[in-house]
Design a binder for this molecule. Structure first.
Ligand code: SAM
Length: 274
C-alpha cells in the first residue's frame, strides 16, 4: 500500500530526523529489486524497512529477508504488511548497534536498502567492515554521495577509498524527489556495490591501510607529505621519505592517489613500524 495512506491510517507523521522519505514509485522499486538479482542471493538484509514497500517486494522474490527498523511506531505497520510472508524476519533496532554476525550469521547475503541519508557513511562502514561481508549492496542514497563514492583518482575522498577498497561501486539509476513521500530536498541515486571476494590490493592489514588513508585525508588540499605527517604524528621530512619509498611524489594531494598507491604507502609504514 502507498506509504502515505499507511501512515495516515495509523495516524503517523514521517520523522525527518530518521531520514523517513518513503519510496513509492513502483518503477524505482522494480529497478532496485531487479538490480539486486535475488536469484543469486539466499538471504537479504534490508536496513530501514519503513512502511515495508521494499520489504514486500523482496519477500515476493522468495528469499529469506531480515528487515531492520529503528522507529517503533512503524513496527505495527510492518507486522501488518508482512503477515503473509513467513520468509521475513523483522527486527526493531538501530543497525549501528546490531552486530552484523547476529543478523546474517556466516551465510552469503546481500544488502538492499533505501538508506536513511543522515547515516549513509556510518552504515557503509558498519556493513563493509563486518567479518562476513555482503556479496552485493544495492542502496538508494543521496546522488551527491553516490557520485563521491564512484569517483576516480583525482577526485577521491576518504569515503570513496573506503568503499572502493571493498568493492566496485556503480550508479544504476537516478531518482527524482517525486519518487518518494515526503519528497527529500536532494536528488537520489541507486548504487550497486559488488563486493570483492578477496582484497584487490595487497595491504599489511586493513587497520594500517585505513590509518594511512585517514591520515592522508586529514588535511584538505594539503600536499600528502604534510597531511600524512600530521595524521601519523611524524615530521614532514619523515612522511616525505615514506611516500618516496613507495615511489610516489610527496607533493601530490590525497585525492589523486589510486588505491594501489595507498596500499604501497601502507606497506612502507608497516615495514618501518611507524
Ligand atoms: N525502506 C523504506 C522505503 O523504501 O520506503 C524506508 C526508507 S527511509 C529512507 C529510511 C528508514 O530507515 C526509515 O524508516 C527510518 O526510520 C529507518 N532508520 C533510520 N535510522 C535507522 C537506524 N539507525 N537503524 C535502522 N533503521 C533506521
Amino acid at each position: 500500500m502507498n506509504p502515505k495512506h499507511l501512515m495516515d491510517s495509523f495516524q503517523l507523521q514521517p520523522k525527518k530526523s530518521l531520514g523517513q522519505n518513503f519510496l513509492h514509485d513502483p518503477n524505482a522499486l522494480d529497478k532496485i529489486v531487479h538490480t539486486a538479482d535475488l536469484a543469486s542471493a539466499a538471504h537479504v538484509l534490508e536496513i530501514g524497512a519503513g512502511t515495508g514497500a521494499l520489504t514486500i517486494r523482496l519477500a515476493q522474490a522468495d528469499v529469506q529477508v531480515t528487515a531492520i527498523e529503528i522507529d517503533e511506531r512503524l513496527i505495527p505497520i510492518l507486522q501488518q504488511q508482512i503477515q503473509d510472508f513467513p520468509n521475513v524476519k523483522l527486527i526493531h533496532g538501530n543497525i549501528l548497534d546490531l552486530p552484523m554476525h547476529d543478523l546474517v550469521g556466516d551465510e552469503p547475503y546481500s544488502v538492499v536498502a533505501n538508506l536513511p541519508y543522515y547515516i549513509t557513511s556510518a552504515i557503509l562502514r558498519h556493513v563493509l567492515e563486518a567479518e562476513n561481508k555482503p556479496q552485493r549492496l544495492v542502496l538508494t542514497i543521496q546522488q551527491e554521495v553516490a557520485e563521491r563514492i564512484i569517483a576516480r583518482p583525482g577526485d577521491l575522498s576518504l569515503l570513496a577509498v573506503s568503499v572502493q577498497f571493498y568493492g566496485k561501486p556503480s550508479i544504476v539509476s537516478r531518482l527524482n524527489p517525486a519518487a518518494f513521500w515526503p519528497r527529500p530536498d536532494v536528488d537520489s541515486a541507486v548504487v550497486k556495490i559488488e563486493v570483492y571476494p578477496a582484497p584487490i590490493v595487497e595491504v599489511p592489514s586493513e587497520a594500517i591501510f585505513f590509518r594511512v588513508v585517514r591520515a592522508g585525508f586529514s588535511q584538505k588540499r594539503k600536499q600528502l607529505k604534510n597531511s600524512l605527517g600530521a595524521g601519523l604524528e611524524i615530521s614532514h621530512p619523515e612522511a616525505a621519505a615514506i611516500i618516496a619509498m613507495a615511489s610516489i611524489d610527496p607533493t601530490r594531494r590525497a585525492e589523486t592517489l589510486a588505491l594501489e598507491e595507498w596500499a604501497a604507502i601502507a606497506r612502507v609504514v608497516a615495514e618501518k613500524g611507524v
